[in-house]
Every structure is written in C-alpha cells, then in structure tokens.
Design a protein around this ligand. Structure first.
Ligand code: HEC
Ligand code: HEC
Length: 284
C-alpha cells in the first residue's frame, strides 16, 4: 500500500490503472507464494484465525508452536519493516537479533528472490490483523537455549539465493527454485544427522524418520528407491492431488503438504518441479 501511495504521489493523475494493476499483480503473486510456500498452512492452527500462528509442530527436540505473522503490531509482525521480514526469511534472524529455530524452514527460504519476499510481505500486510500472543517453544534442554542456535547455524546453515543457471531452460530453473526454496521439499525429503542438520551430498535422498516420525521416500531419480520410474505427468498428478502412479494416495506429512500447499501449484509450476527433479543425479 505504501508502494502504491508513492507511485500515485509521483505520477499524480497518470497513477490510476497501471499502478493499481501492478499492485494487484504483486499481491496475487504474494498470496500464491504464501500458499505454496506453506506460510499460510504452517502459521494457522486448526480452527484458528489465518496466519495467527498456534500450530504445534512436534520435533525430535520438543514442540515448537508457530508464531503470529498477521499485521497485528503488538503480537504479530505489523511493526516489522520489509527489510526485517526479509532478514528473517533469508537469515533466520529476528529484528531483535535473536536466531530462529530451523523448524521455520528458513534454511530453504534463504533461496527466495528479493522480489518474491517483497510480494509475500506486501500480501501479508493486507491480511486481517489478529491479536494473539505467541506460544513459547517447549523444547528439551539444551535445545531450549536459543543462543545455541548460533552453533547449529555455523555448522549447517548455508545462506544464499538460488542462482539462475543459464545452461538450463526456464522450466528447469523454475523447478530448481520451487523445490529448493519456495516449496522446501528437502526439509522433509533430505536425511538429517542427530543435530537436525541435512547430511551434505544426500539432499532429497529420503529420510528414515520425517516430521511425523514416518519414513520419507527418496525423490531423486534412483530407479529402485527413488522416482526414476515416474513420468513428469505422474509427478504433476502427485503434487496436485496426492495420487501416486499406483493409484495410492499419499499419507501423513505429504498429505498435509499437498492439502495445505502443493495442490495450489499452477500446472506450469508443478511441471517445472517435475522437470528439475527428474533431471537430478540419482542417489540411492
Ligand atoms: C513448516 C512450518 C513453517 C512454514 C512452512 C513457515 N513457517 Fe514461519 N515459522 C515457523 C516456526 C516454527 C517459527 C518460529 C521459529 C522460532 O520460534 O524460532 C516461524 C517463524 C516465522 C517468522 C518469525 C516470527 C516471529 O515473531 O519471530 C516469520 C516472519 C515467519 N515465520 C514467516 C513465514 C513465511 C513468510 C513463510 C512462508 C514463506 C513461513 N513462515 C513458512 C514455521 C513455519
Ligand atoms: C512436510 C514434509 C514434506 C514436504 C514439505 C514434502 N514432502 Fe513429499 N513426502 C513426504 C512424506 C512423509 C512422503 C511419504 C508419504 C507416504 O508414504 O504416503 C512423501 C512422498 C512424496 C512422494 C512419493 C514418493 C514415492 O516414492 O511414493 C513424492 C514424489 C514427493 N513426496 C515429492 C515431494 C516434492 C516434490 C515436494 C516439494 C514440492 C515434497 N514432496 C514436499 C513429506 C514431505
């Protein structure tokens, strides 16, 4: 809105249609990314107000409850600047300088492009402000000591945007971006060590115990353990409906990911994800 006001002030009479259309496009992009990025799903409790947080996430280290990201200035993020919001997504740091737990998938969101972060922020700021105090994390010692996250970060956090690779086409690059940053597939599909760090070189190769304690399959194109036998269309169908090529329906965390996030993927974006995944090196 501030952006629109500035454009209008600058252009005065010429303002109206073009600026409004640009603002609408920005908000629509933000709403879409907030859906497929899981911001809405993860920051909304069952039966609770949208984006007001309160969803309890069980981790091997205890329970962490999502915070309020509505524009409420007292209990949400209404008082944060766009730069502070970007710092949280790209670096996992709050405006007061404290580090965030990686139950918030910022190790993936660090790959988000600035324009997309701006779009998400602009959209969030148009949503209803809800007054709801955050529930503090209930983690076991020593995980309860937030400053220890600096150690975790030094070991396992690799900040940086996802680069565009000119050797590949637009669909491949869009898929790389969606899988690794926006839709953060690796947060569940990559194996982790005892400290919850993703094991280097084994991204997307599956995990013995995922977020709900169940095994998460290998989604590299390994013909035996992975998705090597799947077509791009099979993957598109799975992402948008949860149906596997064997006419099974995915369960658990993947069913939630499909229902809360992935079913909103446009056909083009779902196809781009399939193109990129099937072009990766198989890992057994
Ligand atoms: C898998 C669940 C999950 C997803 C998906 C997720 N978040 Fe979060 N988010 C969390 C958790 C958990 C925290 C709290 C971390 C902590 O307390 O250290 C958090 C914290 C935050 C914070 C810091 C808020 C504060 O008051 O400190 C912001 C901002 C945020 N998320 C925005 C987003 C946005 C924007 C998206 C989508 C691009 C998103 N989140 C997606 C789980 C999630
Ligand atoms: C919240 C955790 C989570 C996220 C995020 C997630 N997945 Fe999954 N995924 C799972 C789990 C768990 C299963 C196993 C479901 C089952 O056994 O029914 C699964 C199953 C799958 C399967 C079926 C594989 C097979 O061999 O049956 C594919 C393909 C898949 N996911 C792709 C993706 C892609 C692509 C993304 C990102 C766009 C993604 N997943 C994001 C947890 C997740």
């Amino acid at each position: 809105m501030i952006r629109l006001a500035l454009v209008c002030a600058a252009a005065w009479l010429a303002c109206a249609p073009a600026a409004l259309a640009a603002e609408d496009a920005l908000l629509a992009r933000g709403a879409y990314l907030a859906r497929i990025g899981g911001c809405v799903a993860c920051h909304t409790a069952p039966g609770g107000a949208a984006l007001a947080g309160g969803l309890a996430i069980a981790t091997p280290f205890g329970t962490i409850t999502t915070p309020n990201i509505t524009p409420d200035r007292a209990t949400g993020i209404g008082a944060w600047s766009e730069a502070e919001f970007r710092h949280a997504l790209h670096d996992g740091i709050r405006p007061d300088g404290s580090p965030l737990y990686p139950a918030f998938p910022y190790p993936s969101f660090t790959g988000l492009r600035d324009g997309d972060v701006a779009a998400i922020h602009a959209w969030l700021m148009t949503q209803p402000a809800v007054h709801r105090l955050d529930t503090p994390p209930a983690l076991r010692f020593p995980y309860s000591v937030r400053p220890l996250l600096w150690v975790w970060r030094a070991l396992f956090f690799h900040p940086g945007r996802i680069p565009v690779d000119p050797a590949h086409d637009a669909a491949w690059n869009r898929g790389a971006y969606l899988v690794q940053a926006v839709a953060h597939c690796g947060e569940c599909h990559s194996p982790r060590n005892a400290l919850g760090g993703i094991i280097a070189g084994r991204a997307l190769a599956g995990a013995a115990s995922g977020p709900d304690g169940l095994a998460v399959p290998d989604i590299t194109p390994d013909p035996v353990h992975g998705i090597g036998g799947w077509s791009a269309d099979d993957l598109v169908t799975l992402l948008r409906t949860g149906q596997t090529p064997e006419q099974d329906t995915v369960s658990g965390a993947m069913a939630e990911a499909v229902d809360g996030e992935l079913k909103y993927l446009t056909p083009d974006d779902a196809h781009a994800i399939a193109v990129w995944l099937l072009a990766q090196k198989p890992i057994r």
